[in-house]
Design a protein around this ligand. Structure first.
Ligand code: BGC
Length: 412
């Protein structure tokens, strides 16, 4: 009996991966759908014998997380990895505080698995320092079809159709546009409106290249005019509301539509709702041919602890594995960032996103999200978001807003 037990224990010890190290991961995935996704990462690490030390900082789009990260790095105790995106990766690289994961990236041939533009974001001076998790599409409108039906409205494709639907939903006594009055949510709405009003070329010139003439052009004024009109369909309770609570209003049929990236889909699916039945994903008005991308990534920090480099490589390898890219993105609402992940388990919204990503890339309409830290360096982005939030919360004239936005874009 004793011998059998000892043998069983020995066999179990062989099967269970030995506990090599912990990684401390700073992230802001705290809503229902996000937490389910973060759990997938924890699971993928556990399978590799790596423990998870949770450093979750609530707050949509990661403003609070960015502040917490700065404090930790400045005090000389950075986490192993942090959810950092876009141009901020280069700024952290300039600080000399990053750890390289180039060895694992080379061994696993990431250059061949990732779109070149994505690989470039993940590298500092030619070496991988971050691992990409997904591709989120920002220019979506989430719609409750039961609300449309009640109001006698149809899902909009253009701004004219959008305002017609919004009027009907309002007349039916419901909230037409679910929104949370937080600067990043205001900027998310703003950039989808800019894309719909001006198209991808305008968007790129204004919000990526920060071209002064485009930022103050009549098209930008029209963008703010459109935004002002959308404001009239947002309920009074929106101030400070978290994005997932706005999504819940659409889920529960209190509101008809929400402009939000496809992390919102994670909330619908976590609530057991089915795409095409209980909710619709349609491109934000006028943006069907374009794609604003937002790529989450885990940036690695030099911790000075000897067990970390190996653990960080294991984290990076887990993130890029096809199995993780599938399970994480099924929960997150996003799509895999690397090649070679089967499509079969993804829903219609994700398949549309995959197809639209390819098609928009071919027509030069695959553009980085300004609101989600992909397009503009943090200082200018923050100043621009302040202007947009001020516009949303006052009676500022569109022309003045465009001028202020252009000025903010010069912030260094
Ligand atoms: C991130 C998403 C996150 C969302 C809300 C975005 O900027 O890319 O991963 O779900 O913010 O917090």
């Amino acid at each position: 009996m004793k011998r059998t037990l000892a043998a069983a224990l020995a066999a179990f010890a062989c099967m269970a991966p030995s506990h090599a190290a912990d990684v401390e991961v700073l992230h802001y995935w705290t809503s229902g759908g996000e937490a389910r996704s973060a759990a997938e990462l924890k699971k993928a690490l556990a399978a590799r014998g790596i423990g998870w030390k949770d450093f979750a900082v609530a707050g949509g789009a990661g403003d609070n997380a960015a502040t917490a990260l700065k404090a930790r790095v400045m005090s000389g105790s950075p986490p192993s990895a942090a959810q950092v995106k876009g141009p901020a990766i280069q700024e952290w690289g300039d600080e000399g505080v990053l750890a390289s994961i180039d060895a694992v990236a080379r061994a696993e041939k990431w250059d061949a698995l990732l779109p070149p533009a994505v690989a470039a974001i993940m590298k500092y001076k030619g070496r991988y320092v971050a691992a990409p998790v997904n591709v989120h599409r920002v220019n979506w409108l989430w719609v409750n079809p039961a609300v449309l039906k009640k109001a006698g409205a149809t899902a909009p494709a253009t701004f004219d159709e959008f305002f017609a639907a919004a009027d009907k939903i309002k007349a039916a006594g419901l909230v037409a546009v679910a929104h949370g009055g937080q600067p990043w949510q205001d900027a998310t709405l703003f950039e989808s409106v800019a894309l719909g009003v001006g198209g991808p070329e305008f968007y790129r010139k204004a919000l990526v290249q920060l071209d002064q003439a485009t930022l103050t052009s009549p098209t930008m004024v029209k963008t703010f005019d459109t935004l002002a009109r959308i404001k009239t369909y947002i309920d009074r309770g929106a101030a400070g509301r978290d994005w997932n609570l706005a999504t819940a209003m659409v889920i529960n049929g209190k509101a008809g539509m929400q402009f939000m990236g496809d992390w919102a889909k994670g909330e619908f699916t976590a609530a057991g709702r089915k795409p095409g039945v209980d909710f619709l994903c349609v491109p934000a008005p006028g943006t069907a041919n374009a794609f604003t991308y937002n790529i989450d990534s885990m940036l690695m920090f030099e911790t000075g602890k000897s067990d970390q480099p190996k653990a960080q490589q294991a984290l990076a390898s887990a993130i890029m594995s096809p199995a993780f890219q599938e399970s994480f993105n099924l929960n997150k609402g996003s799509i895999p960032v690397r090649a070679g992940v089967p499509r079969t388990r993804f829903d219609a919204c994700a398949i549309k996103s995959m197809d639209d990503m390819t098609a928009s890339g071919k027509r030069g309409a695959f553009v980085p999200s300004m609101a989600h830290n992909m397009a503009v360096a943090p200082a200018a982005q923050g100043a621009m978001m302040d202007v947009i939030a001020r516009f949303m919360n006052s009676k500022m004239a569109s022309k003045d807003a465009a001028a202020a936005l252009a000025k903010a874009a010069k912030t260094r």
